[in-house]
Design a protein around this ligand. Structure first.
Ligand code: DGI
Ligand code: FE
Ligand code: FE
Length: 192
């Protein structure tokens, strides 16, 4: 029998710090709202949103160990910044531990940090929900971005990537190749 949403919430509540768990629920429900707006499957969106950070509590050594255990390809940027692996490891944990077999849900968990070129609708929804959920307070233009997510999802994805990359470059942080490729893909798609 697969786990219900409520059962997974109960498990994550024990594992995650209170702030992380509140964010997790925020992403679950925001993903559901975006799915309603854009005609995606609401159940898939809720499950992917709920599990997107299921590996976020792991320490860098543990993320690397799990990545090796699951036979993931680890890029140079990921080796130097193991937190970049929490989406990929999270997707493996979702399959292994939470018995998620739906590849669409696993993909949305896997790509939620960097995005990827040609994201599926569900992947774009979770990527966006992660940034705009009500408990997030990272961007100065969140109100505008939240509205944009319900008007032009591709443009919202692009804006989020742009802001994230600007922020990382300001802090002289290493950029994952996929994040950069995703920005370029959506820039071209939108003819910007
Ligand atoms: O796990 P969350 O904190 O909820 O959100 P997330 O999975 O989107 O991770 C957010 C962090 O990831 C944010 O501080 C920006 C960072 N990030 C995204 N792409 C890259 C990156 N960090 C580095 N170093 N390189 C990237 O390409
Ligand atoms: Fe995350
Ligand atoms: Fe998150």
């Amino acid at each position: 029998m697969p786990y219900t949403i409520i059962e997974i919430q109960d498990i994550l509540k024990e594992k995650q710090k209170p702030g992380r768990f509140v964010h997790t629920l925020g992403v679950q429900y925001t993903s559901a709202c975006l799915a309603m707006r854009w005609g995606a499957d609401v159940e898939q969106a809720q499950m992917a949103g709920l599990l997107h950070d299921c590996a976020k509590h792991m320490k860098p050594e543990k993320l690397l160990e799990k990545s090796r255990h699951y036979g993931l390809n680890i890029s140079g940027a990921q080796k130097r910044n193991p937190f970049l692996l929490h989406g990929q490891v999270g997707a493996c944990i979702a399959r292994d531990k939470y018995q998620i077999t739906d590849e669409a849900v696993l993909g949305a968990i896997r790509w939620h940090t960097t995005g990827r070129p040609e994201m599926t609708l569900l992947e774009k929804i979770v990527f966006t929900a992660d940034y705009i959920e009500p408990n997030r307070n990272k961007a100065p233009n969140l109100a505008q971005l939240r509205q944009m997510s319900f008007e032009n999802l591709d443009l919202a994805v692009y804006e989020i990537l742009q802001q994230t990359l600007d922020y990382l470059k300001d802090g002289a942080q290493e950029i994952d190749e996929t994040t950069e490729l995703t920005l370029q893909y959506y820039k071209k798609l939108l003819k910007l």
